[in-house]
Design a protein around this ligand. Structure first.
Ligand code: UDP
Length: 485
């Protein structure tokens, strides 16, 4: 069935390659790989020509796209026909789904309603999408729907005989809150008949999904993708100098990376950086937060925390880089441009000397691999990686920094609490709004480099054991076996 037909307007197939899990041998050892093969064999035999569809709302930008990119190639590599479809929608549709997303976090977002009118907008878009989807999905195919944007597709798919799983990557720390209840009241009717629901943490399972068909599967990262692949210092430097994130001679390296298909990619574009003076030099210790431009990532709070640090007793010489995707690039994130504007306004309000040390970087998104390589270089070069989120579903940026052995300061919210053991694999700040505590923790890591180094090593070890794709694949295989009755 061709996906290039003109009629397929609301769905876009995202190409995925096939990768062997053998690549993980040196990291995980023979036994784990052998077990994974065995489980996958079993699943492949069961599926017998059926397709394992994954449906989400964007091919790039944000944690879900990131995770799909890092798991699905291995599923295909195991001989299972995994496909990825990204749905499209109207701006009103994405406004409603963004509002839902906020609600599941427990926040009011833009304060708009989640009533009948919003339901009508949501259902109308998804009715058209379901129609296109049903031309592709056959009875007993497995369909994994991701996040609130796709939940409304479930009833039609179930009706058509597909085995539907809905995975929610969002969750709030206070599951009984009013807003969270509002979000779930909106979504519950769509997901009541799915074969299973998946959550990133136990705490995120809402009452409506407490039916014995919910499982917990934390996300994972792809150790070999341009985002996470090993990168030597010379390459890191070449990339950061080329993009304008760091100043100085590029050194002997070249700004290159390996794409998933094994071909060589090159960082060609520049970052769009708002700064007052010059770029930091290669020697400048950088405090780095990489995030979408989202209030829940508290970019303004990061700046204020950093300003406290700069103005503290002893100078650290550090500079701050707040980096995120170019705001025009992420289709399902309508608030990004507004948040970026707020960050710029707050930046202008900093004192002249603070502003001198704070760099706001919009990273090019035209080539996702190039973007990923820039994020990789930036995370590797960071003296301290911070993630001062007010809420967080899981927090892949934390996993990515752990994998790179970086010292991390992050808020004790959402999945970040599962990832970082405070004082062992990073530092957690209990109250995410406490800029003073945030600044103190960052200062501690900038000043005590031996301690910071030790935290980074432990973080790397933990990421290797817990958050690589093979663990994820194994859990998916078990889930597919369970729902395919
Ligand atoms: N990200 C990226 N480019 C950017 C900013 C972010 O690739 O310019 C990635 C980041 O590396 C991470 C993901 O987007 O893989 C964000 O996932 P996370 O779970 O941290 O947060 P979410 O965006 O899902 O709320």
């Amino acid at each position: 069935m061709s996906m290039t037909t003109k009629a397929m307007r609301r769905l876009r197939e995202v190409p995925i390659g096939a990768q062997p899990i053998d690549r993980f041998l040196p990291l995980l050892g023979e036994e784990r790989i052998r077990e994974a093969y065995k489980l996958a064999d079993d699943v492949r035999r069961r599926l017998e020509g059926r397709i394992f569809w994954n449906v989400n709302s964007t091919a790039r930008g944000g944690g879900v796209a990131e995770m799909l990119q890092s798991v699905l190639p291995y599923v295909r590599g195991l001989g299972i026909d995994a496909r990825w479809l990204a749905i499209d929608g109207t701006p009103e549709f994405f406004r409603v789904t963004k509002r839902l997303h906020h609600a599941l976090h427990g926040s009011v977002g833009d304060g708009s309603d989640l009533g009948e009118q919003e339901r009508a907008i949501y259902e109308q878009v998804l009715a058209g999408t379901a129609e296109e989807l049903l031309a592709l999905v056959r009875p007993r195919d497995l369909v994994l729907l991701h996040d609130p944007q796709t939940a409304g597709l479930a009833p039609r798919l179930v009706q058509a005989g597909a085995i539907v799983i809905w995975r929610c990557h969002v969750g709030g720390d206070k599951p009984d809150g009013e807003e969270i209840g509002r979000g779930w009241a909106f979504l519950a009717p769509y997901i009541k008949d799915v074969a299973a629901t998946v959550f990133s943490r136990d705490q995120y399972i809402p009452q409506c999904c407490d039916h014995g068909r919910s499982v917990v599967i934390p996300p994972s990262i792809n150790a070999f993708s341009p985002k996470n692949q090993d990168m030597d210092d010379a390459t890191v430097r070449a990339i950061l100098v080329h993009t304008g994130l760091v100043e100085g001679p590029p050194g002997a390296g070249s700004p290159t990376f390996l794409r998933e298909d094994g071909s060589l990619g090159r960082v060609k574009r520049h970052a769009d950086v708002i700064r007052l003076g010059r770029a930091p030099t290669w020697e400048t210790p950088l405090v780095v937060q990489v995030s979408r431009w989202d209030r829940l990532k508290d970019p303004v709070g990061v700046m204020h925390g950093f300003a406290r640090l700069v103005n503290g007793a002893a100078p650290t010489g550090a500079e701050l880089v707040l980096a995120g995707p170019n705001v025009n690039a992420v289709a399902d994130d309508p608030e990004a441009a507004a948040v970026m504007d707020e960050v710029i306004v707050a930046w202008h309000r900093l004192s002249h000397s603070d502003r001198n040390r704070v760099h706001l970087a919009s990273l090019p998104m035209a080539d996702v691999d190039e973007n990923a390589a820039i994020v990789n270089a930036l995370q590797r070069h960071a003296a301290v990686v911070v993630q001062k989120s007010l809420y967080e579903g899981f927090g892949l940026t934390v996993t990515e920094a752990m994998w790179k052995g970086r010292p991390i300061v992050a808020s004790a919210v959402g999945g970040i609490q599962d990832q970082i053991i405070d004082g062992e694999s990073g530092l957690l700040v209990e109250d995410p709004t406490d800029t003073e505590a945030f600044a103190t923790a960052v200062r501690r890591l900038l000043e005590d480099r031996a301690f910071a180094e030790a935290l980074g090593q432990n973080a790397r070890q933990r990421a290797q054991e817990q958050y690589l794709g093979v663990r994820h694949l194994t859990q998916y295989a078990e889930l597919l076996k369970r729902v395919d009755k």
